[in-house]
Design a protein. Structure first.
Length: 132
């Protein structure tokens, strides 16, 4: 807990993880999902919304490396039920805009061109990428 903000990270994609989330949900103001697009997450979002919680799904990668139609179907249901969706690229913003009326672009702050221009840093190199 820092500056009056507290959070709990819960991992897993099964009924046990769902039940843990349900138990803690009343004590938090928001539910943020990342890289979880299963049926349990859909039910969790629906419950959170019924309890008046803000729900956000963060989509910073492609939803599935295999274009699984079940995963896409789950993701669409979750996006339609959440308060908002955050994405990391314009391509994802276009994709999400089809299903969610409140998508937000949060571009990456990692300088992806750094290695191209400067080469791979040495192990002991203390330079850091900067947000642009």
């Amino acid at each position: 807990e820092e500056l009056g903000v507290s959070c709990k990270a819960i991992t897993g994609d099964n009924a046990a993880a769902f039940l843990i989330c349900v138990c803690f949900l009343p004590f938090y103001d928001a539910l943020i999902l990342q890289k979880r697009y299963g049926r349990w997450e859909y039910y969790l979002v629906r419950l959170a919304r019924l309890l008046g919680k803000t729900t956000i799904i963060d989509l910073d990668d492609k939803y599935s490396s295999t274009d699984d139609p079940v995963t896409l179907s789950n993701l669409v249901r979750i996006m339609e039920a959440t308060s908002a969706v955050t994405v990391g690229s314009k391509a994802l913003l276009e994709f999400v805009s089809k299903y969610q009326c409140r998508p937000y672009l949060l571009p990456t702050c990692i300088n992806l061109g750094y290695r191209r221009h400067h080469g791979a840093p040495e192990r002991n190199d203390q330079r850091r990428s900067r947000c642009d």
